[in-house]
Design a protein around this ligand. Structure first.
Ligand code: FES
Length: 155
């Protein structure tokens, strides 16, 4: 068991506000992530046990949502949309530029732990493609030139 007793108590309190234990899964995973920074395998097993939901279901939810992390992340998370509109308007160049500036590949974290780079599905801003999100901030109509300027703000 990795999750503390205090956190188990908070999970149960949160779960009690939902009609069933399964409905509480997503907010519970956010709660655990908030506590530990990311979702470890043991933490996911604990969530499965506490909520009485099959492990395979908990793991599939934890790996499906881009805002949930199953590995340690950098201080800032750069999520680049690589879906159709962004792709047609040059997201490949944006990704290559980010890889070159940050010296990481998608899914990796910079050596100084300041940035994690992720590829994500549509961010819901196709009309201003290509776009990326840094933490909760959306950056639209990206160009290679804009990227460096944007990253500077998060250092
Ligand atoms: S395709 Fe990129 S925001 Fe929709």
């Amino acid at each position: 068991m990795e999750i503390s007793n205090e956190l188990v108590k908070r999970i149960n309190e949160l779960a009690d506000t939902y009609p069933n234990r399964k409905g509480a899964l997503l907010p519970v995973l956010y709660l655990v992530q908030e506590e530990y920074g990311f979702l470890t395998e043991n933490a996911l097993k604990d969530v499965s046990f506490v909520l009485n939901i099959p492990e395979v279901y908990v793991f599939s939810v934890a790996t499906f949502y881009t805002m949930l992390h199953t590995s340690p992340q950098g201080k800032n998370i750069v999520s680049v949309c690589n879906n159709i509109s962004c792709s047609l308007l040059g997201s490949e160049h944006i990704i290559r530029t980010l890889e070159s500036i940050l010296e990481v590949r998608p899914g990796e974290t910079t050596k100084d732990k300041k940035f994690s780079l992720k590829l994500v599905e549509c961010l819901g801003s196709c009309g201003t493609a290509p776009v990326m999100m840094v933490n909760g901030d959306l950056h639209e109509n990206l160009t290679k030139e804009k990227i460096k300027e944007i990253l500077e703000k998060y250092k």
